[in-house]
Design a binder for this molecule. Structure first.
Ligand SMILES: [Zn+2]
Length: 277
């Protein structure tokens, strides 16, 4: 017993110290708790069938990341019918268009466009489409786009052999995580019989789409909303490919664009710039 008592008093003493520390913590952090937080401005949007986080982000012009944070969501697809999502900053409940999956024929057309080999020719001079494409709405604005993986460009966009390369090939070891370049929604995620093999296609704002080809694993599911930077699959060598790499393509209105001018500079480019100064 005599040996236990000192032990007890030690526990009591350390307990008292802990209580003191907790009290001090609350005392010093009290202003943060005490200050009456301004009531956050926003509205609650009821989730109905086909309403995804991406669709809501489009309608209210709020990023998926912000919506996830405001609603403490673990993933962009953790949204259920019947749930009410808080839209920070919104003043009124806006109409949100539900996700409409591609029809079978649209999917077929999209898959065929993957194997068309080369980008479709530019629209004829003077045509309406041409005028539109000369000054696309995103022109001159900074596009919120990130690299899907870090790596060396093994094959650039443009003429290649007899045809043309609709994207860039980024060298990478197998299974490297491939990230969504922008907030968007998955319109195709499957093992195609095209040269792209296992491919994920995302649809984005302003009629952009991004394509991730030759994957060895697909994580994204069709119909799902994806946050910029979210994993959509892993690098592989499926389809027409001679080794593991990512074929990354950016299309605007279905027409492939060179992704390099749209993407932020790479670390190598930044270092090169810095060394020239
Ligand atoms: Zn390629």
């Amino acid at each position: 017993m005599a040996r236990i008592v000192p032990g007890f008093s030690r526990i009591i003493r350390s307990g008292a110290l802990l209580a003191l520390l907790i009290a001090l913590f609350f005392l010093f952090s009290a202003p943060a708790y005490g200050a009456s937080p301004k009531k956050k401005e926003g509205v609650y949007h009821p989730v109905t069938k086909g309403i995804t986080l991406y669709r809501i982000s489009q309608a209210y012009k709020v990023s998926i990341a912000k919506l996830m944070e405001a609603n403490k969501l673990s993933s962009p697809s953790a949204v259920k019918v019947g749930q009410k999502l808080f839209i920070p900053g919104a003043k009124v409940v806006l109409p949100v268009e539900p996700y409409a999956p591609l029809s079978l024929s649209e999917k077929k057309k999209l898959e065929q466009s993957l194997d068309a080999g080369e980008p479709p020719p530019p629209p004829a001079e003077g045509s309406r489409e041409r005028q539109d494409s000369e000054k696309p709405p995103w022109w001159g604005k900074e596009l919120d786009i990130i690299w899907p993986i870090q790596g060396k460009i093994n094959s650039p966009f443009g003429p290649r052999g007899k045809g043309s390369h609709g994207g860039v090939d980024i060298g990478s070891p197998s299974y490297q995580e491939v990230k969504a370049a922008m907030d968007g929604e998955v319109i195709l995620a499957r093992h195609t019989r095209t040269g792209y093999g296992k491919v994920v296609i995302l649809r984005h704002d302003q009629e952009f789409s991004t394509i991730y080809g030759h994957l060895n694993v697909i994580i994204a599911r069709e119909g799902e909303a994806v946050r910029q930077g979210q994993s959509v699959g892993g690098v592989g060598s499926t389809g027409r490919s001679t080794g593991p790499h990512l074929h990354f393509e950016v299309r605007h209105k279905g027409r492939p664009l060179d992704p390099l001018p749209l993407l932020p500079p790479t670390i190598e480019e930044l270092l090169e710039k810095a060394s020239k100064k």
